[in-house]
Design a binder for this molecule. Sequence first.
Ligand code: C2E
Ligand code: MG
Ligand code: MG
Length: 697
Amino acid sequence: MTGGALSPPPGDDDLGGYRSLFENAVEGIYRTTPDGRYLDANPALARIYGYDGPADLIAGLTDIAHDLYVNPTDRDRFKESLDRDSVVRNFEARVYGKNRDIIWISENARAVRNAEGRVVCYEGTVQDISERKRAEESLRLAAAVFETVGEAIVVTDANRVVLAVNAAFERITDWTAAEVTGRPCDLFAIEMIGFADMEEVWRLAASGGLWSGESWARRKDADPFPTALAVTAIAGEDSAADRFVLLLRDITSHRRDEQRIRFHASHDSLTRLANRRTVMESLADAIIRAERNGERLAVLYLDVNRFKDINDSFGHAVGDELLRQVARRLKACVRSSDIIGRLGGDEFVVVLPSVADHGTAEVCINKVLYAFAEPFAINELELFSSTSIGVALYPDDADNAESLLSRADAAMYHAKRNGHAFSCFDTDMDRQVADRVNLENDLRHALADEQFRLAYQPKVDVALGRIVGAEALIRWRHPERGDVSPALFIPVAERAGLIGAIDDWVLGQACAQMARWRAAGLEPPSISVNLSPAQFHDGRLKDKVKTVLAKAGLPPTMLELEITETMMASDVDRAIEILEQLTAMGVKVSLDDFGTGYSSLAYLKLFPVTTLKIDRTFVDDLPDDAKDGAIIASIMALAVNLGFAVIAEGVETPGQAKFLAERGCTTMQGYLFSRPVDAEAFTQLLEHGIPALEQAY
Ligand code: C2E
Ligand code: MG
Ligand code: MG
């Protein structure tokens, strides 16, 4: 029999002493059978396992292998050791308490053998080591965290001498642990720069236990980087700080994100130019500087001409790309000290911080205009675009950013309206801006208040000597302004989304008037109506036309729709489909303002249009302008080839009429024959003829 603390009590006398030890020990003490039943257990063991007392334990725990060990193979290992070596020391295992909570125990045990050497029982002691295990676990966890977190961790002593750094620190700063351990931390990696007072950080950390904020640190190559820094002071025995733990996070990319966010908030995402808010801020700053230096400053307000047409006709992707290219060209025209931004839509602004006068601004303006001279290559398209520029000067025209910009805008609008490349602000223009805003408001009432009328202009055939059609042209008699030109209000109506209702009204009126002429037995010409891009692309166009014709009782062949080239250029297939629907009904389609648009001649033969309407600008300088003459001749040749009819608009002189007729263009429209007139006057023309038509051309 091997000796041990717990050999069976040798005699009755000693029993009392042993028993007391057994009963009062802080360690659990037991004896079990080899197959796992308790023979004896002391109160401490019952307490460790959560039983009321030894009796409760012995009665409740009858199968140690299965009821006690969390992992039953632990019992097997335990037994194997005992059977082999007769003793087990510090055997650690997890066991279940009575209420199934898990307890870590450490056991020392021995096998008790009889004279023949057969194991009769096991006896041993049990210690609850749960507390120690938990501490070890959290230490292991802390060590794992220390080594695996993304943040750099530096532990220093009270004198800020580095005691330890983690792997992230090495990775982020390029220093190795060996290089920095034992050295003062503010000498190298944690050399704070750009931060007011590092001493203050240490002091605050030491007194408050924690300081956190943003700072700068240096890498081994002295390259500084921004960090989120937390300094924790750990108090020692005497409650003074005896350790500092520094947690550093490299926030370089975070800073970059912030910059990106700030950039997006202040810039236009399409063109990457400054946005309206930023322009206004920079302009306000520039005004302050100009005032201080006694300088002038120029604001150029730019608008891309016919941008809306391009957008409607070619689609937004093309429109967007055009704006990007415009932005790029503008940037190339200005100096880096100039401010350039996009206000939204097709409107840009350039601020020239110090100019002597309008002349200095014009140097830049000319550069910009020149930049627009080249066509814009977008996809397969070559788009010509131009810009209208308005100029306002500080302090001459306004003394604050807001009104300076609005005056440049007014000047731009003036330029656009008068067909000028640019205009400088003058005080008259303020009134016109107010006009434009009022115009839009007034347009909203014009339909309901019956302020629109139609004028009709004859289309004549000089060879036949008679009227072959009438173009309906809208007229707006404003109660105070008098007549407002459609060239002025149609674009405003388009922008304000009012054009659809207006176009519908025109179509209905024109067809009704046509029906009246027929009913009066007048030789019925065909009636032409202008379509706006919005109406052309409106999916309901075909049905609308059908309904209107049916209502007026007109054959479709009597209606002609005037569209422009740009309307068809965006989605060619879709445009052809729309045109085919119309021509299949018998409605005629003519291409208005032909020669000023964008569509490639190669496409032309795909479009089922009836007539090309040569734009007025080609007729204006006839017969003297050789180039226009050549253009007319080629349009005629093209038309004959492709089977289009041709009409020339804006014919004002007999000379022009003669020139056109000689080249085979005998259908014409223009003041020479008649201005657009009201229905009554047009009826007179139908009844009595047109004097200018009597001549031979
Ligand atoms: P447009 O369709 O090219 O119409 C021809 C314009 O030229 C008309 O101007 C007409 O009065 C003018 N004109 C005719 N003959 C001569 C001439 O010999 N010399 C000159 N200098 N001009 C002449 P208006 O009526 O001011 O219309 C301008 C534009 O407004 C039209 O151009 C058309 O695009 C648009 N428009 C007119 N009425 C309507 C309409 O009811 N609906 C839509 N959507 N647009 C319209
Ligand atoms: Mg027209
Ligand atoms: Mg025209």
